[in-house]
Design a protein around this ligand. Structure first.
Ligand SMILES: Nc1ncnc2c1ncn2[C@@H]1O[C@H](COP(=O)(O)OP(=O)(O)OP(=O)(O)O)[C@@H](O)[C@H]1O
Length: 358
């Protein structure tokens, strides 16, 4: 048990959460038009953990993150960052915190990669020479070392995204928020960045909060997932436990005999989760439990469906998410040609990056 002082603060640095929020609420607007963006939310994040923040559009994720970053002032509740009450002194509370909000930080494209790291260390209040070793390590780990002296504008999108991540870490932040870190990347670029985020978290002893609509990011990178809906936390658990909590038993059958009429008939009688008529052979996924699976096979036999293949399907984080929030996970993944999400793309403020309190 960590020693505590009279004010209840503990002084064992490892036991102090990276951040905690208590009774946090934020409302926008007033009267009938008021929106409770965050509604009495309390939770804390241990140091060294990698936590995913999930939720459909408008769930309150960004407002929550900005409240912790100090760029949104909550109506009620307290925020403690690395043991310090954010209301007591923003500068001290946020010295070790940084964020990459909504896709990418605006790195300076005319500066080289290394110059960007030095610049962001400086505006984070750190003398760049004192963290030169860290910068070399970051460049190395993110496979940017041989491009360190290249202007950012000459890099591929995937590399620019990695420069953004390195810039967030350039000043020695211990707590970082990454919002949609893989947005706009191709499959390979996204996979590389996910691997690097996980590795950096472990090797640099970082606390990372990742917000994304991409379930692969959350599944690959996070130890724990906090799911928000309509301003409240609706689930908060380890990824495996969330997956285990879904006791759906789903079977996927494949057969050339699955005609549209047969599928329509089965839809009336079973919980059909998915049907793909264009697959070869066509497939049908049905949520079943207990005896329902036998009823399904009886019904298929009665409809003269000869099965080519039968599989059971493990529940995915997406299934859990849909169950908890009643929303599709990618309902805001519409991406503009430049890779940005359309809504309020450039509006977000970042601590130390010109974001003003609202
Ligand atoms: N500055 C603002 N003024 C008015 N309403 C706002 C403002 N910021 C957020 N809201 C509203 O608060 C609610 C929560 O928004 P928030 O951006 O926090 O959700 P989110 O979970 O981050 O959504 P998304 O995934 O789409 O980014 C929404 O109804 C949103 O319209």
């Amino acid at each position: 048990m960590a020693p505590t002082t009279g004010d209840g603060r503990d002084h064992d640095p490892d036991a102090t959460p990276a951040f905690s929020v208590e009774g946090l609420s934020k409302r926008f607007g007033s009267g009938e038009d008021a929106v409770r963006a965050v509604d009495d939310v309390s939770f804390s994040v241990d140091r060294g953990s990698v936590v995913g923040l999930l939720g459909p559009n408008g769930a309150g994720k960004t407002t929550l993150i900005k409240s912790v970053l100090g760029t949104v002032i909550p109506d009620e509740g307290t925020v403690r960052v690395l043991g310090r009450d954010a209301a007591d002194g923003r500068r001290a509370a946020y010295a070790d915190v940084d964020a990459m909000l909504e896709g990418a930080r605006n790195d300076y494209w005319r500066l080289t990669v290394r110059e960007n790291l030095r610049y962001f260390a400086t505006i984070g209040g750190v003398a760049p020479d004192s963290v030169a070793g860290r910068h070399e390590r970051l460049l190395d780990r993110l496979d940017l070392a041989d491009r360190a002296d290249t202007p950012v504008r000459e890099l591929s999108r995937g590399m620019k995204q990695k420069v953004s991540l390195a810039s967030v870490l350039a000043g020695g932040a211990k707590l970082v928020f990454l919002d949609e870190p893989t947005l706009g990347l191709d499959v390979e670029g996204s996979r590389t960045l996910r691997r690097e985020i996980r590795r950096l978290a472990e090797e640099e002893d970082l606390t990372v909060v990742v917000s994304s609509h991409d379930m692969r990011v959350i599944e690959d990178v996070c130890d724990r997932v906090v799911v928000m809906s309509e301003g409240s936390i609706v689930a908060d658990d380890a990824v495996e436990r969330l997956l285990g909590a879904v006791d759906d038993y789903r079977v996927r059958v494949a057969s050339d005999d699955l005609s549209p009429a047969t599928v329509a008939d089965l839809r009336d009688r079973f919980a059909v989760a998915d049907a793909d008529a264009s697959a070869e052979p066509p497939t049908l996924e049905v949520n079943t439990d207990g005896d329902a699976v036998y009823d399904l096979f009886d019904a298929l036999r009665a409809a003269d469906v000869t099965l080519d293949r039968v599989d059971t399907v493990e529940p995915s984080l997406e299934d859990v998410f849909v169950r908890l929030t009643d929303a599709k996970p990618d309902d805001s993944s519409e991406v503009e040609p430049n890779g940005d999400r359309p809504r309020e793309r450039r509006r977000a403020g970042v601590a130390g990056d010109g974001g003003g309190a609202q």
